[in-house]
Design a protein around this ligand. Sequence first.
Ligand code: B1M
Length: 215
Amino acid sequence: MSRMEELATAIIEGDAAGIKGLVQKTLDEGSEPEDILSQGLMQGMEVVGKRFATEDMFIPEVMLCARTMHSALEILRPLLEAQEKKLQMKGKLLLGTVAGDIHDIGKSLVEMMFTANGFDVVDIGVNVSADAFVDAVKQHEPDVIGMSALLTTTMPAMAQTVEAIDSAGLRQDGKPIIIVGGAPVTEEFAREISADLYGENALEGVDVTKKALGL
Ligand code: B1M
C-alpha cells in the first residue's frame, strides 16, 4: 500500500490516534502538504461519503472519520498557511456553515486557505442562523461573507441568509461580497440566490474572491 493509500485508509478507518504520526511521517519523507490533503486524506473522505450514502457506514463511524480528518488538518494547517502566506492583510472574511447544517471540514479548509492568503478570518461556526449572520456582519464589518452548506436541505437556509443580510441593508453596492460553497452548491445556485461568488473548492474560493476585490 502506498503512503497516500495508507493516509486514505486511516481516514476511512477513523484512526484518530494514529493519523498525526502518519501525516508527520509522510511529511518527513518529503511529500507536499497539498498532496497529503488531496491525494491521501480527501480520497479517504470520498470513500467515506460513498459508504455513508449506501449505508455501509453510519453516523458514529463517520464522526470518527471527521475527527481523524480534523486531527490531520491540525498538523497540515501551519504548513499550508506558511506556504501561501503573503505579508499584507487582504481583508476580513466572516465565515460560517448555515442553519441546520453542522458539517465543518470544508469550512475549516476554506478558513485555512483564506488565512494562508492573508485574510483575517472570523469563523462563526456551524448551524449559524440568518439572524446570527446578520448580527455578526454588524459586529465584524467584513469585506467578504462566506457561507458553507453540505446538505441539499440546508441550501434554502443559504438563500434566506443572503436575503436577511440584504433586508438588513448590510450589502450596499456589492459590499461586502458574499461567497457560497459546499458540495451540493453550484455556480447557478449562487446566482439564483444573489450571492456574488461561488467557490468549488477552498482554493478557488480564495482565487475568485481576490479577483473580485481586485487583488
Ligand atoms: Co454528512 N452528509 N450528514 N455528516 N457527510 C454528506 C454531506 C452526504 C453527501 C453523505 C452522503 O449521503 N453521501 C449527505 C448529504 C446528502 C445531500 O443532502 N445531498 C450527508 C447527510 C445526509 C448527513 C445527515 C443528514 C445524516 C443523517 O443524520 N441521516 C447528517 C446531517 C447533520 C447536519 O448537518 N444537520 C450528517 C452528519 C454528518 C456527520 C456529523 C456524521 C459528519 C460531519 C462531521 C463534521 O463536519 N464535523 C458528516 C460527514 C463527514 C459527511 C461526508 C462523509 C464528508 C463531508 C466532508 O467533510 N467532506 C459527506 C459526504 C461527502 O461530501 N462526500 C456527508 C470533505 C470536505 C473537505 O469537503 O465539505 O465538500 P466539503 O468542502 C469542499 C467544497 O465543498 C468547498 O471546499 C471544500 C474543499 O476545498 N467548500 C467551499 C465548502 N464550503 C465552502 C465555502 C466556500 C467555498 C468553497 O466559500 C465560502
